[in-house]
Design a protein around this ligand. Sequence first.
Ligand SMILES: NC(=O)c1ccc[n+]([C@@H]2O[C@H](COP(=O)([O-])OP(=O)(O)OC[C@H]3O[C@@H](n4cnc5c(N)ncnc54)[C@H](O)[C@@H]3O)[C@@H](O)[C@H]2O)c1
Length: 270
Amino acid sequence: MAYGLLKGKKGIISGALDENSIAWKVALRAKEEGATITLTNAPIAMRMGEINKLAEQCEAKIIPADATSLEDLEKLYKESMEFLGGKVDFVLHSIGMSTNIRKGREYGDLNYDWFLKSLDVSALSFHKMLQVAEKIDAIEEGGSVVALSYIAAQRSFPDYTDMAQAKAMLESIARSYGYRYGKKKGVRVNTVSQSPTKTTAGTGISGFNAFYEYANQMSPLGNATAEDCADYVVTLFSDLTRKVTMQNLFHDGGFSGVGISEEIVEKMEQ
Ligand SMILES: NC(=O)c1ccc[n+]([C@@H]2O[C@H](COP(=O)([O-])OP(=O)(O)OC[C@H]3O[C@@H](n4cnc5c(N)ncnc54)[C@H](O)[C@@H]3O)[C@@H](O)[C@H]2O)c1
């Protein structure tokens, strides 16, 4: 059901790789709620061509940009403003990548070049997106910027390795930049800490199925799906959340508030 929450709003959505991507669902929901958007992803991710289907559905322009490149980001905002006919009202950062995870490196055996790359792609890119936007004044007064995080920023999840540090940095950037951008332009900056979700990035983590099931059984509402996440993110882009900023917002079916659930107790008693 659509509520017209984003009627007349313009936005940029990063990170839609295929139809399982959280960003893919956010793009569809944003369009449904009345927004016009541009889509972006790393040039290398475009090779699969999947994003063209989404662009067609959303009547969106695709603007390739490596989120670690200031030059690409500036081009992204400028071309978006041209296509959309003015400054943007919202931006989604839905970007994460760890070569250490991809290559199965343990926490005690990390490759530090890859560690730095994880931080650059998954966290610093968020700062870069905000800084470039501020410098060229690309975000409308009162706009909203959201990035996706995971509870490994606060708690230990062994197989999440260097991405735990990346997410901690991402959430910290939301607080620091949220203060600055709020003061300057009333722009909101938040992170949404999402349940484990079956996407390319998610399922790339070893033991994913086990902790997906564990989280599902720990959460009174069950895991939040990518579609649920899109619903929530759309409210953060809307005018209904104008005073929410600098927050890490758990969107996890209640997981973050639970010590142990009856389901897990029963399992342990078996
Ligand atoms: N899937 C989960 O379980 C889960 C849970 C909580 C948070 N998240 C976060 O959600 C976000 C989206 O991930 P997803 O689960 O939809 O997976 P996904 O694999 O569909 O999306 C990750 C995206 O990051 C893009 N990307 C990687 N390097 C890039 C770069 N240099 N420049 C621009 N884009 C780049 C990829 O091309 C891809 O589109 C990530 O930040 C992820 O950490 C995922």
